[in-house]
Design a protein around this ligand. Structure first.
Ligand code: FAD
Length: 239
């Protein structure tokens, strides 16, 4: 209806110093007067031996998305991490699991004081300090987690039905590193209350600029906002 052309190619390079902007895939270069970036972010994984086999079979990187699934209900669950997200996700999972173990490699949390208090006050949340996650156990679905205490070196298996990584996300912004302002963790910075990036005519939407909500509905919402802003910006340029 709008003449949109869908192309399934990987963008490998952009040049936002030229106008129209240059966007290169491995097959061609296109020029555009406005660009909306929505390349998303990838949840970090640890790459433990059974990870591929157990992914979506009890292993996940999104407690908010998957925590309410029926097979986690009233089961022991585990969260790996120690920051605000990990504590938030572990607290959230206590609504569903019988107990939630928060495995953290240090002897104190990186999470904010308020989040720590929330964790310590939660009777269903048990923090396993100084411990690293080694592997998921199970045949077709997670039945346990192998962990190691970094101080005593003791290895033990804990019965759990769900293992949730909460060790951060990596935004897909490598190709924008010298083109746009990014924050310290690589997310695209937008001007407050807008989807405008540091380059006029380039807009960002979705997880690539949002480390806070990372939800489909917020991504779609900011996508809509970016489209409206791009359209208005083009109209202002008499395009
Ligand atoms: C397991 C899981 C379950 C989830 N469940 C829910 C849920 O129940 N509800 C909810 O609201 N949210 C959920 N989410 C979060 C939701 O999926 C994301 O917030 C949403 O998809 C973000 O949309 P996006 O368009 O910003 O990025 P994405 O959906 O990640 O899309 C980015 C796209 O950009 C493409 N891309 C990246 N780099 C390039 C490149 N160089 N060239 C070309 N294309 C590129 C990618 O291939 C991808 O297609 C879940 C996430 C996960 C991981």
């Amino acid at each position: 209806r709008f003449g949109t052309e869908m192309v399934g190619e990987d963008i490998v390079e952009v040049d936002f110093s030229k106008r129209p902007f240059a966007i290169k895939s491995d097959q061609r270069e296109v020029r555009a007067k406005a660009v909306i970036i929505a390349t998303g972010a990838v949840a970090r994984r640890m790459g433990v031996p059974n990870e591929e086999k157990m992914w979506n079979n009890g292993m996940s990187a999104c407690a908010v998305c998957d925590g309410a699934l029926p097979f986690f209900k009233n089961q022991p669950l585990m969260v790996i991490g120690g920051g605000d997200t990990a504590v938030e996700e572990a607290s959230y999972l206590t609504k569903f699991g019988s107990v939630v173990y928060l495995v953290h490699r240090r002897d104190e949390l990186r999470a904010s004081k308020i989040m720590q208090k929330r964790a310590f006050d939660n009777k269903k949340l048990e923090i396993i300090w100084d411990t690293v996650f080694e592997d998921a156990i199970g045949e077709n679905f997670v039945t346990g987690a192998r962990v190691q205490n970094v101080k005593s070196k003791e290895v033990k298996d804990i019965s759990v039905s769900g293992i949730f990584y909460a060790i951060g996300h990596t935004p897909n912004t490598q190709m924008f590193e010298h083109q746009l302002d990014l924050d310290a963790t690589g997310y695209i910075k937008v001007k407050a209350g807008t989807q405008e990036t540091s380059v006029e005519g380039v807009f960002a939407a979705g997880d690539v600029h949002d480390h806070k909500y990372r939800q489909a509905v917020t991504a779609a919402g900011t996508g809509c906002a970016a489209a409206l802003e791009a359209e208005r910006w083009l109209a202002e340029q008499n395009v």
